[in-house]
Design a protein around this ligand. Sequence first.
Ligand code: MN
Length: 215
Amino acid sequence: MFTYLLSIGLMTTVIADAPHFEPKPLPYPYDALSPAISEETMRYHHDKHYVGYILKLNELTAGTPYAAMPLEQIILESDGPLFNNAAQVWNHEFFFEQLTPKPHDGPKGPLLEAINRDFGSLDGLHTAIKDAAAALFGSGWVWLVENDQGELSILSTRNAGTPIRHGVKPLLTLDVWEHAYYIDYRNRRAEAVAATWRLIDWRVVEKRYEEEREQ
Ligand code: MN
């Protein structure tokens, strides 16, 4: 009986202390995006930077009501270091998910129609993203977003900034923090953005767009 109660007590302790947020593995091998993005960059980006935000998030939320909240709710209700780490976790999972090592076509269907309507063409969207990445001073993210009227536009956010706090639906993002490209491209941000553009999994972006349209 004593052993049983001790076991229950230990289990409870373990569950209460278990980290709320677990890192998601990359959806492809670390070297899959090479040479556009090297294995070394992906190991640092995922295992050091992204996992680092997870560990910090768990540390900051431990023993607080935030430990039981979904990530999106923390992002909406926090500021300072808690917001920074929560938003960086969300932004990175969104970024890693939309890259692919496989040869693929560009966007199709309703997403392509919306891109043509609001940017003139896929090249027009690419130019708008390149310009926004070049104009963003310091670290941040460049996003393709959809507003509640269904219009697409480019949003640049500084540091951990995320569209979740801007009331728009994110469809696609480019990480323009130096840690995303400095090993491979040094200070050549434009080259890094161009290389990442060619790795975008448009099937994932189309799915995000369709999910928005169904709401
Ligand atoms: Mn990053």
